[in-house]
Structures are given as C-alpha cells and as structure tokens.
Design a protein around this ligand. Sequence first.
Ligand code: GLC
Length: 649
Amino acid sequence: MYSSELHAFGEKLLKEHQIEIKGKDILFAERFRTHLYAIENLFNEIYGDHPHRNKGFDQLLLSLITHYKERNATFIQKDADKQKVGNWFLSHEITGMSLYVDRFAENLQGLTHKLSYFKELGVNFLHLMPVFESPAGESDGGYAVSNFRKVDARFGTNEDLEKLIHQMQHQKMYLMLDIVLNHTSYHHEWAKKAKEGDSFYQDFFYFFDDRDLPNQYDQTMPEIFPESSPGSFSYVRELDKWVMTVFHHYQWDLNYRNPYVFNAMLDNVLHYANLGVDILRIDAPAFIWKELGTTCQNLPKAHTLLRLIKKCVQVASPGMALLGEAIVAPAEIIKYFGTDDFTAQECDIAYSATQMALQWDALATGDTRVMLAAQHDILQKPYGCTWINYTRCHDDIGLGYDDYMIERAGFNPYQHRTYLKNYYAGWQEGSVAAGALFSVNPKTNDARISGSLASLCGLQKAVEWNQPHEIENALRKIILMQAQTMCIGGIPMLFYGDELAYTNDYSYLQDSGKSYDNRWMHRPIMNWEKNEKRKNSSSFEGRIFLATQKLIEIRKSLPILSDHKNITWMTPHNIHVAGFVRSIENKKLFCLFNYKHAGSYITWHAFKEHGMLPIRLLDHWTGESYQVGNDHEYFILPAYSFAILEVLE
Ligand code: GLC
C-alpha cells in the first residue's frame, strides 16, 4: 500500500546514493519504486514486531542499492535483454547439466577447458554443485558452507570461478549456483563466534539451554537423515546448549526470526547475482521457518521469506531467476511458485520431483496409471513458471507422492511403495536394478532410493550377468527416461555421467567422509579416457551419448516444447503408455512413452481426441512418418520406446 512516508524515504535514499533516476539508472529506479511497498509489507509480516525492525529494514534497502551499484554493466545489459524476452527460462533451447566440479574435471580451470564437451552434447546451462568453502569430511557434498564468498581451495580460487563464468558468458551458456539458505557449517564464522559466547551470533541460530523445547519439537519434526544423523538437534559442548540441526549435526539451522540473518543471507544472494548467476538454486527452502508443534516444513512464513527474496532480486538483479529446491509433497511443491496475490511471484522454477519419481514408478511397474493420477496436481503450475525436469540428480529418489495417486491407480500404497523399494534395491524377484535404500527410517518404514540412472535401469547387472537382451532393455530404458524428461515441458537437467551410462561407483565406501551416505554411489568421478568411447556408436557410452545428443537437438528444433503450459495428457488407452499432446497455435505434437518390456498398442482413435483429425504424423525420433489409421487399427510402440509425433496434416 502506498505510504507517502515510505515514498519520501525511498526517494531520499536514491538521491543520497546518487542514483540517476532520469539517466542511466532509470530502470533500477523504476523497479525500486514499484516494489518498495511490497518489500516493506513482506518485511513487516516477518519482522514488524522485532525490536530491530527499523534498522533491519534500512539495512535491506541499502543492500539493494549497493548491490545494484556494484553490478557490472554486462549483467545490467543482460537483465534488460532478459526482461525484453520475458520469461526466458521457459525456452526449449535450454538444456542443463548438474555436476561436481572436482569429480567432473578436477577443478574450475579443468572445467573451463571442458566447455567444448557441453557444446558437443548440446548442453548450454550448468548447475555447479556447491563450490564455496566447506570442511572436507563434513561437507554434505558442499551443502555445509563455511564461507559463502570464498571458493573452496579444492576447486580453485574466486578468480578461477570468475574466469569460468566469463567464458560461459562468451559462449552464451547459463549458470546455476546454490545458495544454501537453511543452514551453515558449524565452521562458519557466525557459528564460531556463537560458540565463543557472542550473543549477537548465537541469535543467528536456534539455541536451547536444555532438552525441553527440542523434545517438544521432536514430537512433530520428521527426521531427514534418520540413519546418519538422527533427530534435529545437536549438543554443543562449548556452550552446554543444544542447537537445531535438521540435516547433519554439522549443519546448523539459521534463525530467520532475526532480521540480521535475513539481511546477511540476502547479501549473499545478491552477491551471487553479481557474479553472473542466471538461476539461483535455493537449497531446501521448505525448511527455513520453524514453529513448535508443526513439521517445520512448508510453513506460510517460509513462503513470505521467499517472496521477499524474489522482490529484492527483482529490484537489484532482475535477470536472475530463482529455483526453489522443494522436494516435498506434490501439492506443496506447487505453492513455491506463489499463491493468491503472489501467484507466479515467488520461485520461478521448481524441481518436478513428483514427475521424476513417477517415471521411476512406471519403469518398475510397467504401469503409468499412478503418473497419470498425479497430473492433476502437477498441472497446477502457474503460467510463467517452469520445472526442472530430471531423471536423476545428486540426491536420492523419494517416493513422496500422495497415497491417493497410488490408490486411484488401484494399488495399495504401502504394498506399492514396498514393491518399488525392493525393486530398486534389487531384492524383488525379476528386478534388474542395482540401487540401494537411503535413509531408512525403522520408525516410519520410510526409505528413499540411491543409484545411478544406468544401474537403476539395469545396465550394471545385465553386464555382470552378460545378458545381451537385458543390456538392450537397460539402454532403451535410459533413453526412454531421458526422452520423457525432454518433452514434458520445463528445463531438462541431466546429471553428469548419465549421458555416458555411468553405473554405480562404490569407491565412496573407502572414504570415511562419505561412507555414511550412499548417495555418493551415484556421484561418479569422470574418467575421460573411458569417455572417449562416446565416439564409438556401438559402445554403451556412444549409444547413450548419441541418443542424448539427438534428444537435445530435437528439443531445440521444436519451439512447441517450450513451457507455455501447453500440455494436455491423453486419455489412457493403454496402461503401459504415458501420452500427452503439446500444442501451440494450430500445431500439435504427440509424445508417447511405452514403459512395458514388450510392444504396446495404441488405437489410432487416441490421436483423434481434442477436436481434430490428424492425417499424417512424423516421428522426430525415428524419422518415420505415419498415415493415421482407422479406429480399430493400432499405432505400435516397441518395448521401452517412445515417439515424438508431429502432426503434419
Ligand atoms: C538439499 C541438497 C542435499 C543436501 C540438503 C541439505 O536437499 O540437495 O544434497 O543434503 O539440501 O543441505
């Protein structure tokens, strides 16, 4: 709401900081004025009653101005270019890869030399797993940050990162980095000061004098790593106090009830924007607000904080989009795009964790009905926002979709999940998967799944057993999984190694800093000699690399695959086949995926729904074209295959 007092204060600040409101800074000044009231309202929602509210708010506005002033001209120009395009991240021309710098290319310099590899594959967007300082052995893969501004020596220097970014800009590549918002390492300067008894910094975390409140919280807070880090609180000997540690004991949760914590982390967010980040991955946003008596996940104030960050970014560095890494229940994920007045104004992007898990569900059961039942929730994504679509990432696969989805498909949720876990752990009779259960919770029977794409698809075992038929099936499954990810709408994000069919790497068991966490089995170390095999199309590596490359090319050639919320699921005609239509203006593209170990038949009638009668279809994958037949005739999809069918006439 307009307030003349706030307006005057804002104008005074702009003037004091020599913002040329009629000159070169005109766009910034406009954004600052436009969003000022919303920023104040959001800030007040959280900190309105805090004794340091005024100081905190002034500090925040100052931070917006100083970060804008520090932003280099290239990025300011990019902001303007992106704003002209609108929601640039909806584009079918973006394909990403997520990787560990050291495991992929030793260090940042090595990665800079590998940029041509991404070009060869067609990848133009990189997610670098956390590169900032994090104590070896207690790093959670870099998600326990001890210095948000300093690149960890393992990867190189800040200068190396800048050089890499410069090269990426030059090659028109996009960059994603993480902001680990929920916690810091207990070696972070703030935690160290807190441990030394500094009360200002103790208020950066959640400290408790005894177990009273922690015990109460424990009643309702689910455990994240029940095996390796049970509970959500750790004892701090130096202070004889307990501190909240939702993830590992070495990751201390930040206290966002304190405006100085918010401001300090916002400074880091804007600092990353000024490094040249195109998409900021907000790690674990579901956890940033805690309240006694709740699960301490997905709380309304967590959304308020994210909205506030979004507004601040829109003012200081509007070209940087926000990805909320909320791996939660399907209906909760959607809320990270914003609700009510903030629809499409919170996170621009979220992981389609439900769709990812449901593809694994379909692969294990050969049945796509649960996937279909979930679309009601998944399709709630507002226009203007998008998904990261993926088959694997560095984390485990959680089966966190709703029971009703499983029931609607005619299964018993408990038995169904048990089957899936047994299947991917390789215990189920007939299973070719070689994964492992992650974070088994004996109290709730919950467990998630680890394992590389190729190993979960059966390649590892098929090779061990020397079974050519199973090898063939495994390769087809890998391509099928990637194909659906590429066609469904959103940014496909490959996980490094999957484009070369890397199977599980068990070397983590020899490293005491990793052996407690079996997610490391699917975080391979690249072997560049072996990667040369991609040039031989009859090797596994070559076959999968070429297929991935081809899928990316097809995607880039089809603007209809941009995410304009232009997807309609087909009526199920065959439970083994997932199918949807992408459409734009008068164009249509049918995408069909057969999750069965044998051929599946689809009546041609299926193509005549949605008020049109196509005559001829072209499959972009095989290059074959088809005359649409009579309703009693069939389009046939071979085992674990797919079709990307454009309506030609
Ligand atoms: C996110 C990361 C995961 C990490 C956790 C704690 O979920 O993806 O790897 O363990 O946050 O930071």
